[in-house]
Design a binder for this molecule. Sequence first.
Ligand code: GLN
Length: 491
Amino acid sequence: MDKLYAMKAWELKSLLERREVSAAEVLDSVLDRIVEVEGKVRSYITVTEEEARKAAAAADAARARGEDAGAAAGVPMAVKDVLCTRGVRTTCGSRMLENYLPVYDATVVGRLRAEGLTMVGKANMDEFAMGSSTENSAFFPTRNPWDLGRVPGGSSGGSAAAVAAGEAVWALGSDTGGSIRQPASFCGLVGLKPTYGLVSRYGLVAFASSLDQVGPIARDVRDCALLLSLLAGHDPLDSTSLPGEVPDYLAALGGGVRGLKVGVPRELVQEGLTAGVRESLENALRLLEEMGAEVSEASLPNLDYALSAYYIIAPAEASSNLARFDGVRYGLRVEGAADMLEMYGRTRAAGFGPEVKRRIMLGTYALSAGYYEAYYGQAQKVRTLIIMDFEEAFRRFDVLVSPTSPTPAFGLGEKVEDPLSMYLSDVCTIPVNLAGIPAVSIPCGLDEGLPVGLQIMGKVLDEANLLRVAHALEEALEFRAEPDPARGVGR
Ligand code: GLN
């Protein structure tokens, strides 16, 4: 048998349910692994060992009584530190919330608790989810378990690194412009950004409310489907949450791709791709054709403007959302100011890091009287054109496919001085958030020993279909590579 910490969630679940292993044994394996590699990888802001032990003991006790312990019971999970966890420090990777103890659980966390959630820790992230490398964490950068000199991606880099390093079996991330898919691709994992509104955002600290979604990061498509089925569904506490039944995502797996119409948006495979990314993409497309799919080029001309529109809309919403961190209601307050305005200023100067300040300034400017129409208004119009481009493309194609990121994981420090080049690592993922559609990233090859991700985009609420395609491709690709102990943490 594989080491327990390295197994898939569905494998562990079946061992646990048959009582061939206990939740305590699985947890011990993961906690030992944390002791072994966390000093190198640094996935976690907070490790919740005590809470995890209690959850594992409860799961074992329930199973010993012959009861159903819940679908997530005993399978250790990392939770991005942007999701509120009752009584457990929730920092958002920021000094502003360094000591913030939420008094409630995010809806997704609550749902998982009802299913026996065994949370091992709160995962590191770029401050307020702004970034693509986890280097914007106010505390420390996380390293890529495949190569400790490289970034794990971001902003859910801690979640992805934890799963890739064996410090958790699966994880929750959030995705505003690529923050689930890009770290999943950099760490050789499967990550899914659901349709806007499918998963509750209640208790997710808001970055850009019209774009944010919570979703799973996992080791294979089956685990991803399983976790999504626990997260999805209407929540009366989130006004943007969609009504309706949640389909059975696991039942969709195994369906194959015969007759599937696959489009490859020309705008997402332009210059800037490494040779390894291009080869991996071509190989995946060839496999899809061999399995009976019809692959052809698509064109969504307005995608060329997606990055520009995003960097108006996301900062604009962020500047509004982050106004609440003023030293009065939440988190940090700098004492000793002469009056309230000075207290606001000193608190925000001390509590926010440079990237967050840059976004607040950009967003405030874009929303200011006199510039509003020229920037925010224009960006919203571009967003509508992008939505229409996708609608048009989905009349011809069942799914669209592209690389998840133009390059594999880049070096630590390589892009910190150049925000624009950092922003460019999300060119392929950002259009999906602007359109509100779902997309999944699966590992599809290696580029100089580093994982490459393939993004599969689908129609609104077509997650079951996306997962079916991802699963068929995963079987055909047979991606079995593991981090090399000489560069990364090994297995
Ligand atoms: N990297 C993008 C940004 O910095 C997306 C981040 C995210 O999805 N949270 O805004």
